[in-house]
Design a protein around this ligand. Sequence first.
Ligand code: HXC
Length: 262
Amino acid sequence: AATSYELIMVSSPKPGVGLVTLNRPKALNALSTPLFLELNDALRKLNQDNDTGAIVITGSNKAFAAGADIKEMKDLTFSTAYTTDFIELWSSLSSQVKKPIIAAVNGYALGGGCELAMMADVIYCSSTATFGQPEIKLGTIPGAGGSQRLTHAIGKSRAMELILTGKTFSGKEAGEWGLAARVFQQPEECLEEALKTAEVISGYSRVAVKAAKEVVNKSQDLGVRDGVEYERRVFHSLFGSKDQKIGMTAFAEKKQPQWSNE
Ligand code: HXC
């Protein structure tokens, strides 16, 4: 039976695709702890679900997410943040979910919302989306990876300027700078194209898709020499999969591969 959530919605609008829609409209999808607990629960289930090959996360046309919940954080003390490892909860998205995640970003993606988008594997956005790391204006700094992922994505000088000034940037700029893979005129088109891409990914061998995500992510942590070595090891290991035989045999016989996911 489907789990019912209060702050998110989970559906499967296309075969093999899990769609998670952040649904806390009154707070522009501010990412409270209760919301993140639901998000983690949904992602854990989609990650385990054999029928799901790829995941899309989106918000509303007005807001992907306007940040971590400022009202929840306002009175937090250092000792509580430290002992409860505040925000650690957010890391399961990037560490536990092995299936590809596409963020379809419309409207505001600020602070933790921008960080959530950057935890996804691919960002699609509309040209009028508003990204930013405005934490400096609240007397703090990004706390869910923003200073690291934004810098890796768009370079130090741009990231430094944005994080020090709290200035926002548009979806159009996100595309030009390489943060977003594709930029669309309309929010509906952004979500639709994200779902289509997720469906394409879901149509490939689960084994190969998982390995592909793993090796690309390694590039963020390893130098090129170690990264290439790592890639080759994983590439070699795929000769042990059934799907490599199925895929290459199908090509040689001019047929469509029927993946075994083994
Ligand atoms: C809690 C939020 C919120 C947030 C909006 N709301 N963002 N509540 N946390 N991050 C609430 C508002 O208080 C308001 O509630 C309702 O959502 C609608 O917002 P408005 O401000 O009235 O809407 P609008 O005038 O359209 O302005 C939109 C906005 C603005 C520009 C996005 O809401 C805004 O600046 N929000 C904060 C953005 C931000 O600073 N994000 C970074 C957060 S820090 P009421 O009850 O009044 O209707 C952060 C730290 C990350 O993310 C580090 C750890 C992960």
